[in-house]
Design a protein around this ligand. Structure first.
Ligand code: NAD
Length: 261
């Protein structure tokens, strides 16, 4: 049995931070929680968690530890630089990071630390990425593909990052690009162009996150769907990533590497 992975939770007081810490603290054989980091100092106990570990206002220097980051996009570059400077792993699920900032920070850190960023840490969604690409490639361009996502009515962006993730997996596997995506349809749009991928966003009530991919052609239909029931699926995925990074060589990894997809 390998020794527990030392973890530091960046964004400890947030919804994801607390969910991840609660799971990690319940599994002391797999994880040692060294500290949380957030904007206010304190203890994990004050956040309602069963631990006397501190909440710091800056990342500590802990070579060999893994930082799990679910915080704010504005801090990503400095978190990645800290991990690289001190040989600490990084598993980040923070969204809203500009693609150029993300790539630059991850590539710069990857020479000295094992780093990973994923728009969606759920194991199931990452399997959907993989399977959607395989189905699209096998069926060929004669099958029409439409992606429909649904989220709660507070969500500000559309379509979701996960819907883009599914589309990106399909376009990469079939030689298409984001220029082939058609967002919603209204008015005299003409007949459907072969190869285009329809993207549709529903906003309603308290839906956590639904994604459905339709593959329709020659008298048949395949429907591939994922429904998120709660945020624990993201927390479980983040801890799987932390376990993987805890023993990985420096480099830039994806959830597909963690899950062996
Ligand atoms: P939240 O607002 O509940 O928590 C964010 C926490 O980060 C807060 O406690 C905040 O104080 C802290 N924070 C902000 N700036 C900080 C800084 N400079 N230093 C330290 N801490 C700081 O949000 P949440 O729902 O927990 O989500 C956090 C992030 O994770 C968001 O970007 C969200 O979109 C993303 N998310 C990703 C996935 C995924 O699977 N990749 C899943 C869920 C949420």
């Amino acid at each position: 049995m390998s020794s527990p992975v030392p973890i530091i939770m960046h964004g400890a007081a947030g919804r994801m931070g607390r969910a991840i810490l609660a799971l990690a603290l319940a599994e002391p054989v797999r994880f040692t929680v060294i500290a949380g980091v957030d904007r206010q100092a304190g203890t994990l106990r004050a956040l309602g968690l069963d631990s006397a570990a501190p909440v710091l206002t800056a990342l500590p220097v802990e070579p060999g530890a893994v930082v799990i980051d679910f915080s704010h996009h504005g801090t990503f570059a400095s978190v990645a630089a800290h991990c690289a400077a001190h040989g600490m792993g990084l598993a980040s699920g923070t969204t809203g990071i500009a693609p150029a900032v993300l790539d630059t920070a991850l590539d710069a850190a990857a020479g000295r630390a094992a780093v990973l960023h994923a728009m969606n840490m759920s194991v199931g969604v990452n399997v959907v990425f993989k399977v959607a690409a395989q189905i699209a490639k096998t069926l060929g361009v004669a099958y029409d593909i439409e992606i429909v996502e649904a989220h709660h009515h507070h969500k500000k962006d559309a379509p979701s990052g996960t819907a883009f993730g599914i589309a990106d997996a399909i376009t990469a596997a079939t030689g298409r690009t984001r220029a082939d995506l058609v967002h919603g349809r209204e008015g005299e749009v003409g007949a459907r162009r072969q190869g285009e991928i329809g993207m549709h966003a529903l906003r309603m009530g308290d839906v956590v996150g639904d994604h459905t991919v339709y593959f329709v052609g020659g008298g048949e239909r395949i429907t591939l769907g994922h429904v998120a029931h709660n945020r624990e699926i993201f927390a479980q995925g983040a801890l799987r990533a932390a376990t993987f990074l805890g023993s990985a060589r420096p480099g830039r990894y994806r959830m597909a590497d963690v899950l062996g997809l």
